[in-house]
Design a binder for this molecule. Structure first.
Ligand code: HEM
Length: 409
């Protein structure tokens, strides 16, 4: 690596991997500054080691589209490196051709036809859950709405009894934990213990599917396919964890984000009452506005140049979706939650390119359903004090959100 290149690297003014920024909701200003002054910057020191940050919409999409240069397989897919010697091989962490083969198995389960069965069940579960919420008293929206609705959706997806949702939450929380603590051997052993329990349960479900004719159901597709029918135990664990994490915290935090968005911009709820056809766009806009996946990371496969910087093979580059989704060159008045935003669909909250979220359609259906049922009930969901925000540079969300339901009046 040339020293001259190293000297030229613009050092990011803030370590945007710091939990404090997200816990204290202070991330907007540093990212805005970086977008304006250094769209691509270098941070030599952080709890996760050195990393590049790409913070604008055009840079993030350019990286996503060049998977030959920016690998998902070489390093980890988050800023946190994996535990040395312990691989976790799922298809989000693969490059073509393996990525293509495995993704192809799973993705038809989320096609419009596959979505019909899921949509009906999502509607029924959402309506029941909302009807059972306490009225006139304070409760935790995360605990009583966002978590059970997303767990319920995963139970529907895997055809599991709703009673098993707590296990899904445990497995998902562990698998999505991005923090330096996860680097210890002790954590890894505990993690793999839980993953073993998850595998035992899913192997049971998959054996049931294997005994039946192939269908469009997700697990059935997996066991009956060439590419995924004979995965090793660690590959099965990694891919199941991917689906559980993919579908869990992300949708959960979008649902909690809705409360904050409508509370800060109450006129947007009124707009939906006036024009329900805006609801699908509102589901897009909340993914942009909340950006529940803060970042994904790639690793350079070769020495290369990007945005005037020399990047060496093996270096990690973090694509900050949370910043690209606030890029004022693409989204006018980007901090505003605007249910009628004409280009809300251009958000990169689901990523972009070959790894773009496979469950995006399901997430959108879930979010639109929640909004529809909320509007139909004529509610305002009023925060009762500050929410507690998640301490993570990877998932942007909430651990608690006290609210009270009131009528729009
Ligand atoms: C990939 C976000 C819901 C399953 C991804 C990626 C992001 C993302 C950012 C990586 C994209 C990239 O690297 O370019 C979200 C958000 C969701 C959501 C914000 C909800 C609002 C879901 C759901 C599922 C799911 C409901 C399934 C149950 C996956 C899978 C991948 C993925 C399997 C890997 C795709 C690949 O590597 O080809 N998601 N996701 N996600 N997501 Fe989601």
């Amino acid at each position: 690596m040339a020293t001259a290149a190293l000297e030229r690297r613009p050092e990011a003014p803030v370590d945007v991997s710091s939990n404090d920024l997200y816990v204290e909701d202070r991330w907007r200003e540093p990212f805005a500054r970086m977008r304006a002054e250094m769209p691509l910057s270098w941070r030599a020191e952080s709890p996760y080691g050195a990393y590049w940050s790409a913070v604008t919409h055009d840079l993030v999409t350019a990286i996503e589209l060049d998977h030959q240069t920016w690998s998902s397989e070489l390093g980890n897919i988050t800023i946190q490196d994996g535990v040395a010697g312990h691989e976790f091989p799922n298809f989000i962490a693969m490059d073509p051709p393996r990525h293509t083969e495995q993704r192809r198995v799973v993705s038809p389960a989320f096609n419009p036809s596959g979505m019909v069965r899921l949509t009906e069940q999502v509607r029924a579960r959402t309506a029941t859950l909302l009807d059972e919420l306490p009225r006139g008293e304070t409760f935790d929206w995360v605990e009583q709405v966002s978590i059970p609705l997303t767990m319920g959706m995963l139970c529907i997806l895997f055809d599991m009894p709703f009673e098993e949702r707590h296990d899904i939450k445990t497995w998902s929380d562990m698998a999505s934990n991005v923090s330096p603590d996860t680097q210890s051997e002790e954590y890894y052993q505990r993690f793999m213990g839980e993953m073993g329990r998850m595998l035992a349960r899913f192997d049971q479900l998959m054996e049931e599917r294997r005994a039946l004719p192939a269908s469009d159901d997700l697990l059935s597709r997996m066991v009956h396919s060439e590419a995924m029918g004979h995965l090793t135990p660690i590959e099965r664990i990694a891919n199941l964890a991917l689906l559980i994490v993919g579908g869990n915290d992300t949708t959960r935090n979008s649902m909690s984000g809705l409360v904050e968005a409508f509370a800060r911009f109450p006129g947007e709820l009124d707009r939906l009452h006036g024009d329900a056809s805006l609801i699908p766009n509102a589901a897009q806009e909340i993914v942009r506005w909340q950006s529940p996946v803060t970042h994904m990371r790639r690793t350079a496969t070769r020495d290369t140049e990007l945005a005037g910087q020399k990047i060496a093979a093996g270096e990690k580059i973090v694509m900050w979706y949370i910043s690209a989704n606030r890029d004022e060159k693409v989204f006018a008045d980007a901090d505003r939650f605007d249910v009628g935003r004409a280009n809300a669909r251009r958000h990169v909250g689901f990523g972009h390119g070959i790894h773009r979220c496979v469950g995006a359609r399901l997430a959108e259906v879930q979010l639109a359903t929640l909004i529809e049922e909320w509007v139909a009930r004529g509610w305002r969901v009023v925060p009762q004090g500050e929410p507690t925000r998640l301490a993570s540079p990877f998932l942007h969300g909430f651990t608690a959100m006290p609210v009270r339901i009131e009528s729009r009046g």
